[in-house]
Ligand binder design. Structure first.
Ligand code: SF4
Length: 321
């Protein structure tokens, strides 16, 4: 049983140390069911590309971006900044409404850094999305160094009358990793932004990449402990993918390193999530970038197939324990 406070932030109950060996993805709330419980209806996220840039690309912090990033992987076909936010959302709705006519939607400001603009422009874009019929809330993806206090004041007000998740790219709790991938911010900055956001009662999400080849398992689990102490409502985990046209792809082509199998990665995720509080809502375990853009690994698995694999491994471990 997972308790959720009125703000949507889970009431944190930390996992007892002796339960750390119990590995089961079902011991965390499932994202779709959690969203439905929060909103009282079935909801689908619709990605929006509002034409933002990113300070790690436009020169404010860096120019080359994070070494793993190729933003083309984020875009569904209907999501193109040459169309308005309303047009993108209406196109997304048409795509899903054929199959699910009663579905409601969350506008997911996903591509690049979706808080990287003057407050007046941000307000106009978010409020345009909320004015689209059947859009019942917002998910705003951003970097932890792009959340000034005046924007948090506004989001906190917005959060009083609409459903809102602010989702931060943490990527790793390991400072060396953040430096090596040219992330341009520290884990301390992630922790600070997450704490400031959650302190305003806003549901706060995080995104972590697992599998950087230089990170030891011990470092990853230490990272899980640190992430588990943050006041996060939701968390996405992704495998490290080598995506075409990125600096990491060049590194990999020069000196390829062994990639985990899907099963190895599933076991790693199970060990990782055993360090997280059971109230934390886990949204995803794997990323599904377009296969033509992925150099490695090629697992071809959807998130639900991967979750099934994790449950099976978990059952096998429990049965043989
Ligand atoms: S991952 Fe995000 S912060 Fe990094 S370069 Fe891509 S858009 Fe910018």
């Amino acid at each position: 049983m997972h308790r959720v406070s009125p703000s949507g932030s889970p009431t944190r109950t930390r996992r007892e140390p002796q339960a750390r060996n119990v590995v089961n993805p079902s011991s965390h709330p499932e994202y779709g069911a959690w969203l439905q419980a929060q909103l009282g209806c079935k909801v689908q996220k619709l990605s929006v590309n509002a034409g933002f840039s990113c300070p790690n690309r436009d020169g404010r912090i860096g120019t080359g971006g994070c070494t793993f990033c190729n933003n083309v992987t984020f875009h569904p076909a209907y999501c193109d900044p040459k169309f308005s936010v309303t047009q993108q959302l209406e196109a997304g709705k048409r795509f899903f409404a054929r199959k699910y006519p009663t579905m409601k939607y969350l506008a997911y400001f996903q591509a690049y850094t979706n808080t990287y603009a003057p407050l007046r422009r941000l307000k106009a874009l978010y409020e345009e999305a909320l004015a689209v019929s059947d859009v019942v809330g917002l998910v705003v993806g951003t970097r932890p160094d792009c959340m000034p206090d005046d924007l948090l004041d506004y989001l906190s007000e917005l959060n009083r009358h609409t459903f809102l998740i602010v989702e931060y790219g943490i990527e790793s709790a390991n400072e060396e990793t953040l430096h090596r991938v040219h992330r341009g911010h520290t884990f301390a900055q992630s922790a600070d932004a997450i704490r400031r956001t959650a302190a305003r009662g806003i549901r706060t999400g995080g995104h972590i990449i697992l599998g950087f080849p230089w990170e030891t398992e011990e470092e990853m689990m230490r990272g899980a402990d640190e992430v588990g102490h943050l006041p996060l409502t939701t968390l996405k985990l992704h495998q490290l993918q080598i995506i075409r046209d990125t600096p990491m792809a060049e590194e990999y082509m020069r000196h390829p390193w062994p990639m985990p199998t899907a099963e190895d990665y599933a076991r790693l995720v199970l060990r990782y999530i055993a360090h997280l509080p059971p109230s934390l809502v886990l949204e995803r375990f794997v990323s599904q970038s377009p296969p033509e853009l992925v150099i490695a690994p090629h697992w071809g698995m959807k998130n639900h197939e991967f979750a099934d694999m994790m449950r099976k491994i978990s059952r096998d471990i429990t049965c043989t324990a």
